[in-house]
Write a protein that binds this ligand. Structure first.
Ligand SMILES: Cc1ncc(COP(=O)(O)O)c(C=O)c1O
Length: 475
């Protein structure tokens, strides 16, 4: 007998002895109870309160299907992960082929072709950058950028914008512009300074001391869908160059076609020193983060052979993540998803712009491509104003749930509120949405927002119930 051959000997149990499909079926009905018991009960409470506990069973493209088989249009896309939609066949096949290839994966003291090719393909989109560094998530990409900027410049300070969101590990959280994420977690990284978004004078004041390693910015902020003013991004780039600060574009949410350009920064025709990607690059299947940067930065960090692993992470560059990234880029190109995001985004933006004129509860619409924020605000007419004030006195931002809940329940459209205590509802669908989907969105919003203007009415009855829930849970 050839001792090296029989796989059962080296691999133990036969693949059939563990049946994940059977496990899924057997335990499916317990999903909320399991989560309450062993994971985040608050999450389950929230889902139950807003009626999102429909136990989604299946995802395909931009759609989700619940237990009853009803189809939902998902405008959340897993917080921007599913740019190419769920379970895209090209991504799945790429992953299956990697598994079938019996690749050695993560040898660590070797390098792989897949990571090399993914780096090459990503850098083709940013010809002014030369090197890639891979991580496992968005926040890890941010951590890497902080370290690289400090290491390269020899400066300690990092500047970020008000309302910024760059992730929730300590470095990234030190650059977070929303106190609700930071409260209760103690001290943060020293040398991190917030400047007001869209304020060049404030930025110059802090950069001019020539002590800032990097200025990090989301060209369109995920929390609130705040778009950089005309001139701000370019002005910030110029200030960074003038004062020796690296300009870091966090494109973790906005990148890979989301805003109708491959990178959102292209809308302003600016070349960052580092570009951060994650989310959509995963194809929705395998976590990944990437930092694209100038060669001189990379080489200042990995500057000697004994420092070749001075920063990194065990699972970064794993074969499945690299294959998912490559397949995602292929789908984006083959299906012309950047162009689709621009076209469908424009259609929706135009539709919602007219909204602001038609409905007194709608204040404005913001965004680019398929990253859109619809902001509500205090109405003028007496009855509505009173209803709004009562609700908002219970919890700021509660009004948005009066839109999110009926969109979900009555129209099967999945949306989210753009930030804590925000009055903005965010649309972040897969870039694959069709004109029929846009019509679905338009009809759903039109119906719910029109209903919200009726006092008394179904929407405000829901508001009363929600307010009572909040007051009860505060007791
Ligand atoms: C702009 C931006 N940066 C960083 C992150 C953090 O990414 P991750 O959740 O993968 O750590 C996010 C996540 O929402 C993000 O939107």
């Amino acid at each position: 007998m050839n001792e090296l051959m029989p796989q059962e000997i080296t691999r133990g149990a036969s693949p059939e002895s563990f049946d994940i499909a059977r496990l899924l079926k057997a335990r499916e009905a317990e999903r909320y109870d399991l989560h309450s018991r062993y994971l985040n009960d608050r999450m389950v409470q929230a889902l139950r309160t807003i009626g999102f506990d429909v136990a989604f069973q299946r995802g395909s493209g931009q759609y989700l299907f619940d237990r009853a088989g009803s189809r939902y249009l998902d405008l959340l896309s897993g917080w921007g992960v599913f740019a190419v939609g769920r379970n895209h066949p090209t991504i799945r096949l790429a992953l299956q082929r990697v598994l079938e290839a019996d690749l050695p994966n993560l040898v660590q003291m070797d390098v792989t072709a897949l990571s090399g090719v993914l780096a090459e393909r990503l850098l083709e989109f940013v010809p002014y950058l030369d090197k890639a560094f891979f991580a496992n998530s968005g926040t890890e990409a941010v951590e890497a950028a902080i370290k690289f900027a400090r290491g390269f410049t020899g400066r300690q300070n990092i500047v970020y914008c008000s309302h910024a969101f760059h992730g929730l590990s300590y470095g990234a959280l030190s650059l977070n512009g929303d106190p609700t994420f930071r409260d209760g977690f103690g001290d943060f990284l020293p040398g991190c300074f917030e400047v007001p978004f869209n304020d060049l004078a404030a930025l110059e004041q802090v950069l001019s001391r020539r002590e800032v390693a990097a200025f990090i910015i989301e060209p369109i902020q995920g929390k609130g869908v705040n778009v950089a003013d005309e001139g701000y991004i370019r002005g910030a780039r110029e200030l960074c160059s003038r004062y020796g600060t690296l300009f870091v574009a966090d494109e973790i949410q906005t990148g890979l076609g989301r805003t109708g350009r491959f990178l959102a920064i292209e809308h302003w025709d600016v070349e960052p020193d580092m570009v951060l990607l994650a989310k959509a690059l995963s194809g929705g299947h395998v976590p990944i983060g990437a930092v694209l940067m100038r060669k001189k930065i990379f080489e200042a960090i990995f500057n000697r052979m004994d420092r070749m692993a001075v920063h990194g992470s065990t699972f970064a560059k794993n074969d499945l993540a690299m294959a998912a990234g490559l397949a995602t880029l292929e789908v984006i190109k083959a299906e012309r998803l950047v162009e689709n995001a621009a076209r469908k985004g424009q259609r929706l933006f135009d539709f919602f712009s007219a909204f602001a004129e038609r409905y007194e509860l709608v204040k404005t619409v913001r965004g680019k491509g398929l990253m859109i924020g619809l902001e509500f605000g205090p109405p003028r007419s007496f009855k509505l104003k009173t209803a709004w004030s009562v609700l908002e006195s219970v919890r700021t931002g509660l009004f948005c749930q009066l839109i999110v809940i009926p969109l979900f329940k009555d129209h099967k459209v999945v949306t989210q509120v753009a930030a804590n205590a925000s009055h903005t509802i965010k649309l972040l669908p897969a870039l694959t949405i069709t004109d029929a989907d846009c019509t679905w969105i338009e009809r759903a919003f039109d119906s719910v927002v029109a209903e919200a203007h009726r006092v008394p009415g179904a929407v405000w009855s829901l508001g009363k119930t929600l307010a009572e829930n909040v007051l009860r849970s505060n007791r």
